[in-house]
Design a protein. Sequence first.
Length: 212
Amino acid sequence: STKGSKTDFIAQAAFFNDNDEKRNVIIGANPHTAELICKHLIRNNIWNPFKGSRLIAKPKNLDYRGDLYFEENNNVTVVEVKNVVCASVAPPNGVEDKNKFYDYRQPFVRAGIYPFGNSSQSYNGNKVVSERSIRQIDFMIKNKNKFQFAIIFIVNRGDCEMFKPCWKADPYYTKTLMHAHQSGIAIYAIKISWKPNGCYFDRELGIDFEKW
């Protein structure tokens, strides 16, 4: 546990017995740890799309709380880090499970997906998984001439070969993310693989925006 924590223990990873793929996978479950992993990779140039920039504190003139901030030649880049713990599933041989998101595109390639959950919130009259996540993207699009923005999806499991925004869970979020990408917002996905004694950087993943 850490000072100020409301619990005695913090879960860092979960062991998942994947019956669909007939394998076991460890999933990085802690969003804050995903942010720390991302910061470590960039600081040590293990993976760093912001080379030449320095990590700084939140600028006082920025009315937005991101996860990381970089500065180069007085130009500030605001980074949002998203922890991706869920994945697409190959089509079943029998009855579908309503709790899984099946990808019927062929050939099937397992992808980390975000967001994941029920569309129980509302944004601009649309049912969404997380109105906060969409509000963040809208802020980036509206303020892209004042600051540079980037979104980094940490695919925190070793069984995924790409990243896909989850059309089936939240089409409004996906369309907003695509708009951000087309507007010049930098979007990255990286794969983190886990072992029982820790995790390691695997590689940067491709991002597939196509509807599935």
